[in-house]
Every structure is written in structure tokens, then in C-alpha cells.
Write a protein that binds this ligand. Structure first.
Ligand code: ADP
Ligand code: MG
Length: 266
């Protein structure tokens, strides 16, 4: 297993709208290493969702290559893609996409049912994952009885169910109030830091992105620049703003005072 989970080469995507061509992605090159937490930033219409959908095998590129765990997914049949999607990728969406008639535990069990995991094992793992996202007490609640932030936690637990190589999240904090937004980014950063979960998150929220490891900027379908986020500093024990010494768990830098994680006031 190489340490690159996602290797994107010369990726382009054009949508044909009648006589009009929309170039959603142009020659995108991106590598994501195992254990990295990358955020993809950019204004509305810059190609973020298109990129994430192609990375997650929900959409096919016009040209270029995507290697997921060393496998070229751009050459695969629908059937193979379906298998890859459910075993290699965990999705988190802006609108949570939980099934309303299933409770939290059943929602988390669903992807495991798809791969034929025995019922007792599914249940055990679902409860374990719900505990991990801080919802042990809410396992039997249906989505309508959960807050928006709690629903997104369930969706994150569900995304982790089949131990995917990578989590792809499209604006996961887009429908949340400030407090839940910060709880969710903290949870994702925590999963990345402590469990080594590889994450690519799309967001147009500069502040949320700043708490990830690496920010990649998309503009008109092209990657224009990259920047380090606070998680990179936390992993390297050095503040990304001033270089001062920090511990991975520090919420603010002791030297420059800048926030390294969302704080109560932030
Ligand atoms: P973002 O997520 O950054 O807002 P998108 O990836 O959704 O951007 O869209 C990038 C561009 O591609 C936009 O110009 C959008 O209108 C266009 N686009 C996205 N999906 C489709 C589609 N299914 N058909 C035609 N054009 C599309
Ligand atoms: Mg989008």
C-alpha cells in the first residue's frame, strides 16, 4: 500500500449543455497522502463539488486520471465503481442525507448491510462509532429528533462504517449554526489526528478550512494555490502563524495567541 491514497493527474471535466460547454475542471493535479486532512476552497461555481464527485467515483472525468489506493478508477465499469464507492469512500454531505425512517444506529448500519456484515457485528460497530462521535445516548433516535449538528455526527459515523480509505465531505458545515459548525470541524480534525482518518473536505468557509492541514484553492476549475492550516502545525508542534512551540491539543498558540482550533468564542 503506497502512502498516497488519492493521486489526481491532469483531471478535466467538461459538461455539455446543449451547444454550450462548461469547463468545470481544468488540468487539476492533486495528491492526498494517507492520514492527511485537506480542504478544497473556492467560490461558488469553481468546481469543488465536481472535483469531489469525480474523486468519489460519483461522476466520471472528461480526461485525466484518478488513482484511489493505487487503482485507476477512471477506467472502471459502473459495477466496479459501485463496489469501490461503498468500500473505499465514505461520503458526508451538506444536507446529511440520513434516511428519516431509520434511527441513528440503523443509519450507521446501512453501509455495513450493503457489504453483508452480520447483524450482531453491524450493531456493535454502529454503537461504537456513535459513541466515537459523541452520540452514544442518541443511538435509537430518528433524525427528526436530532439537532442539525447531531445529524451530521451520525452521517460522519455512517461514513466511517466500512473503514474507508478516505472520507470525502462536501460543505459538511454548510447547514450548521456557528456552534455545531465548530463541533463538527473539531470532530473531523480529531478523527484525523487520533485515528489517522484521511479526509478531503470541500468548503467555501475560510475559517473552517483554516483548521485543516492543507488548504487547496480552486478557481474556475483550476488549482491556483495551497496553504497550510493549523492542523499541520499541531502535527508538527509548531504554530503555522508564528512558528512558536505548540502541543497538538493546544487550542490557541501560546506565543502569538492565534486560534489553532475553534474556541468557545470563535
Ligand atoms: P462548486 O461546488 O464550487 O460551487 P460545481 O462543481 O458545482 O462548483 O460547478 C462547477 C461548474 O460546473 C459550474 O459552472 C456549474 O454550473 C457547472 N456544473 C456543475 N454540475 C453541472 C451539470 N451536471 N451540468 C452542467 N453544468 C454543471
Ligand atoms: Mg458545491
Amino acid at each position: 500500500m503506497s502512502d498516497v491514497v488519492l493521486d489526481v493527474e491532469h483531471l478535466s471535466k467538461t459538461y455539455e449543455l446543449g451547444k454550450r460547454h462548461v469547463q468545470a475542471l481544468s488540468d487539476v493535479n492533486l495528491q492526498v497522502k494517507r492520514g492527511e486532512f485537506v480542504s478544497v476552497m473556492g467560490p461558488s461555481g469553481s468546481g469543488k463539488t465536481t472535483l469531489l464527485n469525480v474523486l468519489g467515483c460519483l461522476d466520471t472525468p472528461t480526461s485525466g486520471r484518478v488513482l484511489l489506493d493505487d487503482v485507476d478508477v477512471t477506467k472502471m465499469s459502473e459495477k466496479e465503481l459501485y463496489r469501490i464507492r461503498r468500500s473505499k469512500v465514505g461520503f458526508v454531505f451538506q444536507t446529511f442525507n440520513l434516511l428519516p425512517y431509520l434511527n441513528a444506529r440503523e443509519n450507521v448500519e446501512l453501509p455495513m448491510e450493503c457489504v453483508g456484515k452480520p447483524a450482531a457485528e453491524r450493531r456493535r460497530r454502529a454503537l461504537e462509532l456513535l459513541a466515537k462521535v459523541g452520540l452514544a445516548e442518541r443511538a435509537e433516535h430518528r433524525p427528526q429528533r436530532l439537532s442539525a449538528g447531531e445529524q451530521q455526527r451520525v452521517a460522519i459515523a455512517r461514513a466511517l462504517a466500512n473503514e474507508p480509505a478516505i472520507i470525502l465531505a462536501d460543505e459538511p458545515t454548510g447547514n450548521l449554526d456557528a456552534k455545531s459548525k465548530h463541533e463538527i470541524i473539531k470532530l473531523l480534525a480529531d478523527l484525523n489526528l487520533k485515528q489517522g482518518t484521511t479526509i478531503v473536505m470541500v468548503t467555501h468557509d475560510q475559517q473552517i478550512a483554516s483548521y485543516t492541514e492543507r488548504m487547496v484553492y480552486l478557481n474556475s476549475g483550476r488549482i491556483t494555490r495551497e496553504k497550510q492550516g493549523t492542523l499541520a502545525g499541531r502535527k508538527k508542534h509548531a504554530c503555522p502563524y508564528c512558528g512558536g512551540k505548540i502541543e497538538p491539543g493546544d487550542e490557541t498558540c501560546g506565543t502569538c495567541g492565534k486560534p489553532l482550533m475553534p474556541t468557545e468564542e470563535a
